[in-house]
Design a protein around this ligand. Sequence first.
Ligand SMILES: Cc1cc2nc3c(=O)[nH]c(=O)nc-3n(C[C@H](O)[C@H](O)[C@H](O)COP(=O)(O)O)c2cc1C
Length: 174
Amino acid sequence: MRTVIIYSSNTGNTKKVAMAIKEVLPRGTEIYSIEKAPDPDNYDLILMGYWVDKGNADIKTRGYINKISAKTIGLFGTLGANPTSDHALIVKKRVEQPIEKKNRLIFHLLCQGKIYEEALNKYNKMLEEDPSNAGTKAYIENFYKALNRPDKKDLEYIKNEVRKKLNNMDLLQT
Ligand SMILES: Cc1cc2nc3c(=O)[nH]c(=O)nc-3n(C[C@H](O)[C@H](O)[C@H](O)COP(=O)(O)O)c2cc1C
């Protein structure tokens, strides 16, 4: 079983998750940032990490996904929103669509990631203009919730889920 981890990460959240997943896999498992990603045809199992950009996987991940066919794929992603929110569920479906057509998707895990600083400035400006806007207040609250994510608990959760899934499918060979 030739396995590779590929991750796309702008500010480091998804990279943290990718590094945690590497700990679960056999020693020497290859890991690459998307910028240095090898040809997917060299592998059987591809663990693919993305960050959520405007309701979809980031553009680099989408480009890479288009090149993959007839592989076993595990997806993981980070986003600013709550991973169990409606927004997250919509994103998941959107990301899965082009993969499921041509591949076997075995898991898709999301976890919350710190939101870029400029977003807070934007929310604060919005609140200045409309101080009673509940939606903006919720954005600000969520910004602070996400501040230290992914945290240790998130990473343990992801590791456990990946370990369970790969073990159950006999894909975790040492
Ligand atoms: C341009 C931009 C667009 C984003 N769009 C979304 C979004 O639609 N939904 C969401 O939940 N988070 C969104 N985020 C937050 C990121 O998905 C989140 O911070 C992610 O963990 C970043 O991952 P990275 O550190 O690996 O780059 C966006 C961030 C940026 C910079």
